[in-house]
Design a protein around this ligand. Structure first.
Ligand code: NDP
Length: 461
């Protein structure tokens, strides 16, 4: 039976558009549907506007720090509405680029909700469409923890469109979004309270990095409430616009805005997946193998809806590999190992490979750590910008298993180190590399003295 499309992609975010565009460029007849905004979370309510907000926040400290270099820059106020308008203008431009790239590649776009009628048939905004192969790329959505009064709190999507900057904000959660928005609002001048249930933010990241981040955030004036969860949130004030967050230690915080950054859930609601036969895993994500294949042979899933590595570059890499495999005569899979990642806190942190804690489970590791004040801040005196760099090295093979950094430009530096770690570089390869002086990055190739040994053979040494 001839199908309307060779490939139909559900979701016009980073992963979906890449897959559709590449497949169409190989000559496949491709349809793609997006029901909310082209570019998905990353472009509209994620990476892109978040990074612009981080940059907006950084200017305040730069204006202050310039004094250390002889400048007399008066720090004026921040025009929130003006900034949001500029940010929105840029997002609209990017949305249009996403759409035009699809059009140029020859894909047909639909602005519609999609649901399955049967494994090859979709309802696309009321229109019946058939496809030989289907890709589910519907992303994820912020998930509010189940707390009494949660409806009085916002989600991260809301933070991009607030009519004014809250003077006092409570951020609940200790993940990527929590620390990024804590830095953003602090930089813009808000009183910020970060409430998280672990002893340190960013569970799963390297312990030294987490500690250094908490120190830096505290030095920036962010109020850290660790080991606590909110018990309930209440409305207060003459107009009911204020929020009081009650915590598990019986203290409370009064704020103008509360945001729950308590994770994300895969977007599968409303897809009528039962009609497709596609199976979900216990966490409610679409279950796939390393080739993005679901249990139904012609249906695939990529990106956040599969809840593995919820990172834009991972989703685009998966989408691209899938299009190459299906239509480009180049079957390939993307490796989830050694994926570099960054958290755009202020200062930012970035990491590739294994944390000390995870590596130590596998065997003895040599640990190299350095902490220092970056050159700029020897003159500014800003204490919160001390940098930390760390290498986790397998003792037997001397392979660098993990590289971690907290400090300015961490994300920019880690991208290159990601190549070295992925290629299996050893500590001696790092040592043989000549530094670029004077930079912070050169520390990664000049750490000569082992800080400690960790891992299972530690006691034997
Ligand atoms: P995360 O999954 O990273 O963090 C969720 C946080 O909420 C954790 O600290 C978790 O605590 C806490 N939490 C969960 N449930 C509860 C609860 N019931 N009560 C109290 N705390 C709770 O979520 P994010 O929304 O920050 O980010 C989602 C994903 O999106 C990230 O994991 C990342 O993959 C991606 N992302 C990437 C960014 C980047 O690349 N820079 C930026 C933002 C997001 P605990 O640790 O104890 O479970």
């Amino acid at each position: 039976m001839p199908y309307d499309f060779d490939l139909f992609v559900i979701g016009g975010g980073s992963g979906g558009t890449r897959c559709a565009r590449i497949a169409a460029s190989y000559g496949a007849r491709v349809g793609i549907a997006e029901e909310r905004f082209w570019g998905g979370t990353c472009v509209n309510v994620g990476c892109v506007p978040k990074k612009l907000m981080v940059q907006a926040a950084e200017y305040a400290s730069w204006a202050e720090d310039a004094r250390g270099f002889g400048w007399d820059i008066a720090r004026g106020g921040h025009d929130w509405a003006g900034f949001i308008a500029s940010k929105d203008h840029e997002i609209t431009r990017l949305q249009a680029i996403y759409k035009s790239m699809l059009q140029k590649a020859g894909a047909r776009e639909f602005e519609a909700h999609v649901r399955f009628i049967d494994p090859h048939t979709l309802d696309v905004g009321g229109q019946r469409v058939t496809a030989e192969r289907i890709v589910i790329a519907t992303g994820s959505t912020p998930n509010k923890a189940d707390i009494p009064g949660a409806d009085l709190a916002g989600i991260t999507d809301d933070l991009f469109y607030l009519p004014r900057r809250p003077d006092r904000i409570v951020i609940i959660g200790g993940g990527y979004s929590a620390v990024e928005f804590a830095s953003i609002f602090r930089g813009l001048g808000s009183e910020v309270h970060l409430v998280y249930r672990q002893p340190l933010p960013l569970r799963g990241f390297d312990g030294d990095l987490r500690e250094a981040l908490a120190e830096a955030m505290a030095a920036e004036g962010i109020h850290l409430h660790h080991g606590l969860v909110p018990t309930h949130i209440m409305a207060e004030g003459p107009t009911g616009d204020e929020r009081r967050v009650h915590l598990s230690d019986t203290t409370d915080i009064l704020a103008d805005f509360v945001v729950l950054t308590t994770g994300r859930v895969p977007n599968v609601t409303g897809l009528d997946l039962e009609a497709s036969g596609v199976a979900l895993n216990a966490g409610g994500a679409v279950q796939v193998d390393r080739g993005s294949r679901t249990n139904v042979p012609h249906i695939y899933a990529i990106g956040d809806v599969t809840d593995r590595l919820n990172l834009t570059p991972w989703a685009t890499a998966e989408g691209h590999a899938l299009a190459d495999t299906l239509f480009g005569n180049n079957p390939r899979e993307v490796s989830p190992e050694n994926v570099p990642t960054a958290v755009f806190s202020v200062p930012p942190l970035a990491t590739v490979g294994l944390s000390e804690e995870d590596a130590a489970q596998l065997g003895p590791v040599d640990i190299y750590v350095t902490r220092f004040t970056p050159m700029r801040h020897t003159l500014t005196g800003r204490k919160s910008r001390r940098a930390l760099m760390k290498l986790v090295v397998d003792q037997r093979s001397q392979r660098v298993l993990g590289a971690h950094m907290l400090g300015e430009d961490a994300a920019e530096i880690m991208q290159g180190l990601g190549i070295a770690v992925r290629m299996g570089a050893t500590k001696q390869d790092f040592d043989r590399t000549i530094g670029i002086h004077p930079t912070a990055a050169e520390e990664f190739v000049t750490m000569r003295t082992r800080t400690r040994v960790a891992g299972v053979a530690e006691a034997a040494e």
